[in-house]
Design a protein. Structure first.
Length: 251
C-alpha cells in the first residue's frame, strides 16, 4: 500500500495520508487550514516504460598497411622513392644519413682520446725517465758543478709540481685540496689514483725516479736545520727570562 505525501500551503507542514481516503480535503493539524488532497499519480506500467534496444557494434575501420622501410643504396647515395613509399619514411632515412657523420666523428674522437690517455703518457714517462736518469747517474753526462745545480733545480721543480697538484685538487674537490696541502705524501696519492692529469703524472713519476732520493735528503737537511734553529731560539729566550734585568739598588 502506498501513501500520499504533500505539504500544507499555509504552514509548510508535511502531511501523509492513505491512498484509500475518501475525503477530498483534510484539515492541517498545526494551522487548522483546510487543505485539498492531491490526486495520486498513476504508476508506470511495463507497457508504457521505454524499452532499451541493443545496438550492434560498429565494425572497425580497415587500417592501412604501414609503409615499407627504406632501403639503403649500395653506393651510399640517395635512393629515389619507389611505389608505395611515403615522404615521411624518406625524410626519416635522410635524417639518419645526415646524422651518420656526427656519430662516426664521435667514435673517432673517443678512440683518439683513449690513445692520448693511455699510450702518450706511458711513452712520455719512459722517455723522460731515460733522459733524467742519464743526466743524473751516467758518469760524465753532466759536469759535477752543473750536476749540483741540476739536483737543486729538480728539488725546486718537484716543489712547484706539488703546488700544482694541490691547485688541481682544490679545483676538483676542496676537501681533497686541504688534505694534499696538510698531509705529507697525500698529493702523490691523489695524483696517481684520482686525478686525470696523465702528463703531469708521468712527469712527476719520472722526476721522482731520477731525483727523488736527492730531494728527500735535501728535505731532511732542511727540517734538521729548522729544528736546530727553533731549539736555539727557545733556549736563548729561556736564558733571557731566567737572568732578567739588573736590579736597581735602593738608596
Amino acid at each position: 500500500m502506498a501513501d500520499i505525501t504533500f505539504q500544507c500551503p499555509s504552514c509548510g507542514n508535511t502531511i501523509q495520508v492513505s491512498e484509500f481516503i475518501e475525503s477530498p480535503t483534510l484539515t492541517c493539524i498545526q494551522c487548522r487550514t483546510v487543505v485539498p488532497i492531491p490526486a495520486r499519480q498513476p504508476e508506470v506500467s511495463d507497457q508504457t516504460r521505454p524499452r532499451l534496444t541493443m545496438r550492434a557494434p560498429e565494425e572497425p575501420a580497415a587500417q592501412e598497411p604501414p609503409p615499407p622501410k627504406p632501403r639503403r643504396s649500395l653506393f651510399g647515395g640517395r635512393r629515389k622513392a619507389r611505389t608505395g613509399e611515403t615522404a615521411s619514411s624518406l625524410n626519416t632515412f635522410q635524417t639518419v644519413q645526415a646524422k651518420m657523420p656526427s656519430v662516426r666523428r664521435r667514435v673517432r674522437n673517443r678512440k683518439v682520446n683513449a690513445f692520448l690517455n693511455k699510450v702518450v703518457p706511458w711513452a712520455a714517462f719512459v722517455l723522460m725517465t731515460l733522459v733524467f736518469c742519464w743526466m743524473r747517474f751516467w758518469p760524465g753526462a753532466v759536469p759535477p758543478a752543473r750536476l749540483t745545480i741540476l739536483i737543486e733545480s729538480a728539488g725546486w721543480a718537484l716543489l712547484v709540481l706539488h703546488i700544482t697538484v694541490i691547485v688541481f685538487a682544490f679545483g676538483e674537490d676542496p676537501f681533497q685540496g686541504v688534505l694534499c696541502a696538510l698531509i705529507p705524501g697525500y698529493s702523490l696519492y691523489f695524483l696517481f689514483t684520482q686525478a686525470d692529469q696523465y702528463i703531469l703524472r708521468a712527469l712527476v713519476a719520472a722526476m721522482l725516479i731520477a731525483f727523488g732520493w736527492d730531494t728527500g735528503i735535501a728535505i731532511r737537511k732542511g727540517w734538521q736545520g729548522f729544528y736546530k734553529t727553533t731549539n736555539m731560539w727557545l733556549q736563548d729566550t729561556d736564558s733571557f727570562q731566567n737572568s732578567g734585568p739588573s736590579k736597581v739598588k735602593r738608596k
